[in-house]
Design a protein around this ligand. Structure first.
Ligand code: FAD
Ligand code: DHB
Length: 399
């Protein structure tokens, strides 16, 4: 088999890249190790930045999101029993976020690729990357027991944190920066009415809690737990009483109901530099992980592939590798700002049980400052809603 861009992974990064390349008349093939049913039902992120919403619409895949997603103009921050709304719409000159689950984004992108006769090969195994430092890289894989090979001009490694692509960058070239947090998130999907019109991020002596939503009937909530905690220790009753203790305020009650799914994820920050090796480019979780408090993971994946698409398009228009050779540098500027924001939100909102009483008081004072200062609220809002893509575009134009 032969194509222009071989893409490993049908997550948000791989699918959006393939779709954007198609709109530019560039061919790609996506290799995915899971089934279509699995990728379309895995519960992950829920918040789309304004720029991701705009991208979905401009790329012609935003219709269902605009109909079924929930546009939010702000969030609520809670600490010491006080809850304060952050009017992000007003603070960012009219921008907003969309609550629309990642697996729905996946469904919309898969449908668009298949409708345009794009090729996604599901259920592959033993994916191997070869000759990435040459102009003719190859990907080998097994499909239904048969050995296959995909020859291409470029490989896009969009295969998440555990995929094989990043490992192809030699250790002597690869600089991996990471931070592990002593926090985990217990996430639940529950059959209850919407708890609050907007998301609530709550700092509490017992630990952080996040009240989110999905549909009028099903909601998504998170609790800070120890990352080594066993989910078997968390009965539905224990989850509801802990959520209630952390988020209830006078006159506001958390509706409870049957929990239909629960799991625990650990939290880390991770960046791999550079994100290019020869004709291999890595994007999304393959290159970086953020703790989920800033809701940036999916959005960063979408931002990376826009930069990558620009470089690949420039190559096919003029044969010029210059933009592609600056992919890492341009993408990393946004990535580090998202890392900074996610780290800041995480350390401000979670309860670190190893902290001294001095450190805990400084944390509460930071929340007091952030919720009092218009400058601080504006900074939080512009980062949460997503920094303008123009910043990367301007940098790209200087290349
Ligand atoms: P992925 O979505 O991971 O996609 C990679 C794809 O590559 C997958 O479909 C995988 O099956 C495939 N793949 C992997 N290895 C191979 C291989 N060898 N061969 C072929 N295919 C391969 N972000 C938030 O903002 N909020 C959240 O609440 C949140 N929750 C999360 C919960 C979990 C359990 C995880 C893992 C992530 C969560 N994230 C969250 C992060 C967010 O979902 C990711 O940042 C986003 O999915 C990144 O998209 P991606 O396309 O880069 O990677
Ligand atoms: C959701 C996840 C996040 O990480 C976040 O910061 C906000 C909302 C969610 O899954 O709804």
């Amino acid at each position: 088999m032969k194509t222009q861009v071989g893409i490993i992974g049908a997550g948000p990064a791989g699918l959006m890249l393939s779709h954007l390349l198609h709109l530019e008349g560039i061919e790609s093939v996506i290799l995915e190790c899971r089934t279509r049913e699995e990728i379309e039902s895995t519960i992950r992120a829920g918040v789309l930045e304004q720029g991701t919403v705009d991208l979905m619409n401009e790329a012609g895949v935003g219709d269902r999101m605009m109909r079924e997603g929930h546009l939010h103009h702000g969030i609520e921050l809670q600490y010491s029993g006080i809850r304060q709304r952050v009017n992000m719409h007003e603070l960012t000159g009219g921008k907003s976020i969309m609550v629309y689950p990642q697996h729905e984004v996946i469904k919309d992108l898969v449908a668009a690729r298949l409708e345009a006769r794009g090729e996604i090969i599901f259920g592959v195994s033993d994916v191997g990357l070869h000759d990435v430092e040459t102009n003719s890289p190859r990907i080998t894989f097994l499909k239904d027991g048969a050995e296959m090979e995909l020859a291409c001009d470029f490989i896009a490694g969009c295969d998440g944190y555990h995929g094989p692509s990043r490992q192809m960058i030699p250790e002597s070239v690869r600089n991996e920066k990471k931070q592990i947090y002593p926090f985990g998130w217990l996430g639940v999907l529950a059959k209850t009415p919407i708890a609050n019109p907007e998301l609530i991020y709550a700092n509490h002596d017992r630990g952080f809690a996040l009240i989110s939503q999905r549909t009028p009937e099903i909601q998504r909530h998170y609790l800070q737990v120890d990352p080594t905690e066993d989910i078997a220790n968390w009965s539905d009753d224990r989850i509801w009483s802990e959520l209630t203790a952390r988020v209830e305020t006078d006159g506001w009650e958390l509706p409870d109901g049957p929990i239909i799914q629960k799991n625990i994820v650990s939290m880390r920050s991770f960046v791999c530099e550079p994100m290019q090796y020869g004709r291999l480019f890595i994007a999304g979780d393959a290159a970086h992980i953020v703790p989920p408090t800033g809701a940036k993971g999916l959005n960063l994946a979408m931002a990376d592939v826009q930069v990558l698409k620009r470089g690949i398009t420039a190559f096919y228009q003029s044969g010029d590798m210059n933009w592609l050779n600056h992919y890492s540098e341009v993408a990393l500027r946004r990535i580090w700002k998202a890392q900074r924001f996610s780290y800041w939100m995480t350390t401000m909102l979670h309860t670190n049980f190893n902290h001294t009483s001095f450190e805990r008081s400084v944390q509460l004072s930071e929340l007091d400052y952030v919720t009092s200062s218009r400058a601080a609220l504006t900074s939080l809002s512009e980062n949460y809603i997503g920094l303008p893509f123009e910043w990367e575009k301007e940098r790209t134009l200087q290349i």
